[in-house]
Design a protein around this ligand. Structure first.
Ligand code: GLU
Length: 459
């Protein structure tokens, strides 16, 4: 059975790149009847892991991603890590190192002066003497001194590291007894039965260390997939500078989770030329072996395009519910469907959609200066006055169109002579859906009131 996991360190929010990693792991597990696990890597106790877990749960819930079982907190597993550290010590695969900070600094300085890579010199690897007093030792693993560490990465292919070049006897437990990242990750992935590790390629350099630990502990090594980074449009690593990095910020900006997930799945993965993927399709087609080797670029325009697509194809009632958070409640409006239909065609985000509807449903308190200057003239005001008189009963859009056309014919005017001044009267500006639909939504009395307000204001 395929078991994947998402293992964020607590930051207090879910990063957009993290969501992509989570999505890839989720899809692979779900598509294969496997398990998708969530683990909070909170061994650094200074950071608040509850808050982080809450933020992740909130983002997962919004995206409708579920995980199996309970969240695993590394901070609650210190005893377990200790047992395995002890096991490695007992088996002579790890050892206590009493090097002081001053000694380490001195070694570093010497190595740097010789232009060598700073590394521990294994001085306590075979130490049998009396430990120096007053020093709490760190625990180091005995790394292979020669040979290669090789693995077949699902994305990058065959990877080979020369042990002597990249490894030293790295620390697995600090002097205060806390285990290090590479150690806990191996213990947890192994004990949680993780078969496939999908993570950012910023972790690639950790993998040989983790393989050393898998081997020392006698655990089965999972399959690794190191996903290339997401870059901003300027080619540098995605950061706050490029816009939002917190997943929930996208919710606040009016993006739909389907759009965000569809956008993220295409960052580094493709299926032919397809751009639109439902969750079902993602599950059907996703294969981590087809993730691209190269970095992908965060393309804001594409995200907006996808969001517009998903808004357009959303159910009206669903949209009505979501719009409440953006300050517009059309759930019990008699013309709910017509409003939704008109505004979902043109909105890139729910924020835009809500703004458009707000403008329509509220009488304008002021008018756009440019539109006013351009469209409100003596003749347009007189046309609007006459038009208001023809609006007797509430009309549906079709009837309104018919009556308007007759009115225009009778007055020797064209639609453009009426439409823009009418928009200014109704919305205060010059952009809106078709005036006929607007008249149906607002009803004749409201349209007349708004026309009369404009006329009162005059030129
Ligand atoms: N906790 C690590 C991070 O947030 C991820 C560890 C892993 O995926 O192996 O970067």
């Amino acid at each position: 059975m395929i078991v994947t996991r998402f293992a964020p360190s607590p930051t207090g929010y879910l990063h957009i790149g993290g969501l992509r990693t989570a999505l890839f792991s989720y899809l692979y597990a779900r598509a294969n009847g496997g398990k998708f696990l969530l683990r909070i890597e909170d061994t650094d106790l200074k950071r608040n892991s509850q808050e982080a877990a809450k933020a992740i749960e909130e983002a997962f819930k919004w995206c409708n991603l579920d995980y199996d079982g309970q969240i695993v907190y590394q901070s609650s597993r210190f005893d377990l890590y200790k047992q395995y550290v002890q096991k490695l010590l007992d088996e002579g695969k790890a050892y206590k190192c009493y090097m002081s900070k001053d000694e380490l600094d001195e070694l570093r300085a010497q190595q740097e002066a010789r232009k060598e890579r700073p590394r521990y010199d294994n001085r306590y690897r075979d130490f049998t003497g009396t430990p120096p007093a007053g020093i709490e030792p760190v625990i180091r693993i005995k790394s292979p001194l020669s040979g290669t560490i090789e693995f077949n990465d699902g994305i990058k292919g065959e990877i080979k590291f020369n042990a002597a070049d990249i490894l030293d006897d790295f620390i697995i437990a600090r002097s205060d007894g806390t285990p290090t990242y590479n150690f806990t990750v191996v213990i947890d992935d192994a004990l949680m039965g993780v078969t496939d590790v999908i993570r950012g390629d910023d972790h690639l350099s950790n993998t040989p260390k983790q393989i050393v630990l898998y081997n020392a502990l006698g655990f089965k090594i999972p399959k690794f997939y190191h996903v290339a980074m997401i870059n901003g449009a300027d080619g540098s690593k995605l950061s706050k500078r490029h816009g939002a990095t917190d997943v929930m910020e996208y919710k606040r900006m009016g993006y739909l989770p389907q759009a965000l997930l569809n956008f993220l799945v295409r960052l580094g993965w493709s299926h032919g030329d397809d751009e639109i993927f439902s969750m079902e399709e993602m599950k059907r087609y996703f294969d981590p072996n087809h993730i691209s080797k190269s970095a992908s670029t965060f393309n804001q325009t594409k995200l907006e395009w996808l969001n517009a697509h998903y808004i357009k194809n959303s159910d009206d009632d669903e949209l009505a519910i979501q719009l409440v958070e953006f300050g517009v409640d059309i759930r019990s409006h008699a013309k709910k469907h017509l409003i939704a239909q008109q505004y979902k065609q043109r909105a890139k985000t729910l924020v835009e959609m809500a703004e458009g509807i707000k403008v329509l449903l509220n009488r304008p308190s002021c008018y756009d200066e440019k539109a006013y200057k351009k469209f409100v003239t003596e003749s347009s005001l007189s046309l609007l006055t006459k038009f208001a008189d023809t609006l007797s009963a509430n009309l549906n859009a079709k009837e309104c169109e018919k009556r308007t056309m007759e009115f225009l014919d009778a007055n020797g005017a064209k639609l453009k002579d009426l439409a823009q001044p009418l928009r200014v009267a109704i919305t205060g500006g010059s952009v809106s859906p078709s005036i006929f639909e607007i008249c149906e939504i607002l009803g004749s009395d409201e349209v007349k009131t708004r026309i009369s307000n404009l006329i009162k204001k005059g030129l």
